[in-house]
Design a protein around this ligand. Structure first.
Ligand code: SF4
Ligand code: SF4
Ligand code: ZN
Length: 270
């Protein structure tokens, strides 16, 4: 298998992966979505809430705020040695929210939370939670813990994890009359007309929609869009709690553990 980084920044990663198959890519995708843990608020004690949002909605909104995640320090509650339903400082982080609109209307933001651990905080401090009219107030204690996307979407570490085949586009210049219909219809501006020649650029952005093929009036078609079934483009977009490469690394470790477990259990069965 050969891997090339096409794009990377703090929250997104785009890889070209050659020499594998869709079964492996889908396994990786599903592990990223449902098995890689991330931190989210799971329990809330509301002491006072005179905001226009009722308690259940408030708790739901707060639960969906992405938090920075530390997979090296914190344990999943089910794996923690404390075995306590209240958690300990290795499996639970408390965040307090105490806001009051005194004499003018205010907006309560994710950044108003005060965390007991400064490394576990909302990823974005400007996520609006609610507005408060004068004299309205919220006082609550929230408890964040690691969890998995298969338990609830709030623990999904990514907003996107998707793959596609690597496209191959060819134009038969002997059949093509340079009408430009395929160029005009392409939603990704991948085809360009240079003189009488149709050229392809940024091919990895092609969505394989094949609209260009449908638009071609020639019979047989002068343009063909196919794909290589052993090469993929993987896109990972983190919610910001974990770096995308850390998510991928954790997913590969989990896959490795699953395969080792499968092997040892199948040996036991023989
Ligand atoms: S398949 Fe779709 S995205 Fe790709 S070149 Fe054709 S029209 Fe553009
Ligand atoms: S639509 Fe067909 S004939 Fe027209 S430029 Fe494209 S490939 Fe050539
Ligand atoms: Zn614990």
């Amino acid at each position: 298998m050969k891997i090339k980084i096409l794009h990377k920044n703090d929250v997104s990663l785009r890889l070209l992966i050659k020499g594998t198959n869709s079964a492996f890519m889908n396994t990786l995708r599903r592990i990223v979505l449902s098995e890689v843990p991330s931190m989210a608020i799971d329990d809330i004690v509301i002491i006072e809430n005179s905001s226009p949002i009722r308690d259940e909605f408030l708790a739901h909104r707060i639960g969906l705020i992405p938090l920075t995640t530390d997979l090296d320090t914190y344990n999943l509650p089910e794996d923690c040695t404390c075995k306590s339903e209240f958690g300990c400082n290795l499996c639970s982080v408390s965040l307090a929210l105490e806001v009051e609109a005194e004499d003018h209307r205010i907006t309560v933001y994710s950044g108003d939370f005060k965390s007991e651990n400064p490394s576990i905080v909302p990823v974005n401090l400007k996520i609006p939670i609610t507005k408060l009219a004068p004299e309205q107030r919220i006082r609550l204690e929230a408890y964040a813990r690691l969890g998995k996307g298969k338990g609830h979407a709030r623990w999904q570490p990514v907003s996107v994890c998707a793959y596609k085949y690597v496209p191959t586009i060819s134009v038969n210049q002997e059949v093509c009359n340079s009408c430009g219909d395929c160029v005009k219809i392409c939603p990704k501006n991948i085809l360009i007309k240079t003189g009488n020649i149709i050229e392809v650029r940024n091919i990895n952005d092609c969505t394989l929609c094949r609209d260009c093929v449908k638009a071609c009036q020639k019979d047989p078609k002068a343009i063909a869009v196919t794909w290589d079934e052993s090469s993929f483009i993987l896109n990972i977009e983190s919610t910001g709690g974990l770096a995308p490469e850390r998510i991928l690394y954790a997913a590969l470790n989990l896959l490795n553990d699953k395969l080792n477990e499968f092997l040892s259990k199948s040996r036991e069965g023989n």
